[in-house]
Design a protein around this ligand. Structure first.
Ligand code: SAM
Length: 232
C-alpha cells in the first residue's frame, strides 16, 4: 500500500475528515492516513502517534520520504498522549485495532480531547466498546459505515460531542448500520448468529453448571435480539 492509494478501509476513515481539519492519527503505523490526507489537499497538518518503536520509525521514514516532515509531526507516545495543546488538533482517527483497545485509549486520554470536535474510530472487532464509551462520555454517533475488504468486515464510527442513549441492540450492532441494513451488515450478523447458535448447542450438550446456565441465558438473549433485527 502507498499513501496515495489507501485501502478501502482507510479511505472510508479518511472520507470523514473534514477539509481543513487538524488531525491526530493514533496508532498510525506507516502514517499512510495523514500522508494521504495532506497529499490530497484535505488537511494542512497532522500528528501521527505510535506507541511501538518499529511502526514509529516507519512512520518517520515515510513522512520524510513523502517530504512532509514539516507538516506531519510523528510522536512516539501511548494513545492520546501524542496530542499536545499547541497542536490544536480538532479531529482524531484511531483505526485498525480492537474496539476495547480504542475505547481504552479514549478513556485514558480524554483530558487531551479538549479541542477535538470529531473522532473517527475503526474497530476491527467489538465496536460495542466504543459506542458504550461514547454514550458514557458526552459524545454521540453522527454516522457509521460497514464494509468488507479482503474477506474481513470492518466498521467505521464517527463521533461528535452530544448526548446519546442507545438501546441494547443499537449498542451492539450500531444505530445507523441497523437502520441501513446493508448486505455486509446482514452478512456480519448472520455469521455471528450462526456462531452463537453453535456455542449454545455445545453448551447444551455439555453438562450443567451455574456458569454454563448463565452463558446460555446471555446467548439466548443475544440470539433473539439480533435475530429480530435480521428478520425485520
Ligand atoms: N492505523 C493503521 C491502520 O489502520 O492501518 C495501523 C493499524 S495497526 C494494526 C495498529 C497500530 O496501533 C500498531 O502500529 C500499534 O503499534 C499501534 N498502537 C496500539 N496501541 C497503541 C497505543 N496505545 N497508542 C498508540 N499506538 C498504538
Amino acid at each position: 500500500m502507498n499513501p496515495l492509494k489507501l485501502s478501502e478501509r482507510l479511505a472510508t476513515v479518511a472520507s470523514f475528515i473534514e477539509k481543513g481539519a487538524v488531525m491526530a492519527d493514533i496508532g498510525s503505523d506507516h502514517a499512510y492516513l495523514p500522508c494521504h490526507l495532506v497529499r490530497a489537499g484535505a488537511i494542512e497538518r497532522a500528528v501521527a502517534g505510535e506507541v511501538a518503536k518499529g511502526p514509529y520509525e516507519s512512520a518517520v521514514a515515510n513522512v520524510a520520504k513523502e517530504g512532509l516532515s514539516e507538516v506531519i509531526t510523528v510522536r512516539l507516545a501511548n494513545g492520546l498522549a501524542a496530542i499536545r495543546k499547541e497542536d490544536e488538533v480538532d479531529a482524531v482517527t484511531i483505526a485498525g485495532m480492537g474496539g476495547t483497545l480504542i475505547a481504552g485509549i479514549l478513556e485514558d486520554g480524554k483530558a487531551r480531547l479538549e479541542g477535538v470536535k470529531r473522532i473517527i474510530a475503526q474497530p476491527n472487532i467489538h465496536a460495542i466498546a466504543i459506542r458504550s464509551w461514547c454514550q458514557d462520555n458526552g459524545w454521540t454517533l453522527v454516522d457509521e459505515r460497514i464494509l468488507k475488504e479482503d474477506d474481513k468486515i470492518y466498521e467505521v464510527l464517527v463521533l461528535e460531542r452530544g448526548e446519546a442513549a442507545f438501546s441494547e441492540v443499537e449498542l451492539l450492532v450500531g444505530p445507523f448500520l441497523m437502520a441501513e441494513k446493508s448486505l455486509v451488515f446482514m452478512e456480519k450478523w448472520t455469521r455471528e448468529l450462526e456462531e452463537w447458535k453453535r456455542v449454545l448447542r455445545a453448551i447444551e450438550t455439555a453438562g450443567h453448571s451455574e456458569d454454563a446456565e448463565k452463558k446460555k441465558v446471555q446467548l439466548q438473549a443475544k440470539i433473539e435480539m439480533v435475530g429480530k433485527v435480521l428478520s425485520n
